[in-house]
Design a protein around this ligand. Structure first.
Ligand SMILES: [Zn+2]
Length: 228
């Protein structure tokens, strides 16, 4: 059983044992959530700051609930290995840490890095072709943390949603913003979640105080193709 991080503040220190699932011991990504882990956002409410400006907050908010840009982060219980793996749903805290600390999104160990940069894997699709800078064909925004070379080979073979994946290295992955949802003030200090998920890019919006983040978005720049 993986251990809980020693502290919930950055930087966290992990003692992580790679997880598998089922009779075929399918690797369960470090960043994936488990059915035994539950969102814990009941304490959301409207709080007015010292300047009289209202915004989203937790009633029992702790400093680690916000990132350095002041964005509030969704809470989720920590129980990897409990229940079934939710391959399509990432755990906010582990996804964020994998991005910030450049951990492999599959095994949780340091991601592969060479002079050409950190290794990333993406499903081939419209977002990997025809991107803005023709000299930098893999540039783009992603919520998927980097990988180590061993897990990249394994994921390319075992992850059905990756199809025919594209591997590349980014010398300059820039933390660009967050994925999550906007809230509106409701009655009696309560808040109402908008039904559609959205992106929020740091420094480009004034919606920060009404946003609840669940994934960190990285802009991949200075990219080159990689072979696995
Ligand atoms: Zn790995």
């Amino acid at each position: 059983m993986p251990e809980t991080p020693t502290t919930t503040r950055q930087p966290r220190v992990y003692t992580w044992s790679p997880q598998t699932w089922g009779p075929h011991h399918i690797p369960v990504p470090f960043a994936a959530s488990w059915s035994g882990e539950h969102p814990d956002n009941d304490q959301l409410h409207v709080r007015t700051d010292h300047k009289g400006v209202p915004g989203l907050a937790f009633r029992d908010e702790r400093p680690e609930d916000r990132d350095r840009h002041g964005v509030l982060w969704a809470r989720m219980s920590w129980a990897p290995g409990t229940g079934k793996p939710q391959f399509a749903q990432m755990h906010p805290l582990r996804q964020r840490d994998a991005m910030l600390l450049k951990l492999c999104q599959v095994c949780g160990k340091p991601a592969d890095r060479t002079r050409e940069g950190w290794l990333f894997l993406e499903a081939r699709g419209p977002h990997t072709a025809g991107l803005p800078d023709p000299g930098d064909p893999y540039q783009g925004f992603t919520p998927k943390p980097p990988v180590c070379s061993g897990c990249a080979i394994l994921a390319a073979r075992m992850c059905p949603h990756l199809g025919d994946p594209i591997a590349f290295r980014s010398r300059k992955p820039l933390i660009a913003g967050v994925f999550g949802g906007l809230y509106l003030p409701n009655r009696n200090g309560r808040v109402l979640a908008l039904p559609k998920d959205d992106h929020l890019y740091y420094g480009r919006t004034n919606a920060t105080r009404w946003f609840l983040a669940s994934q960190l978005i990285t802009e991949l720049t200075k990219c080159t193709p990689a072979t696995l």
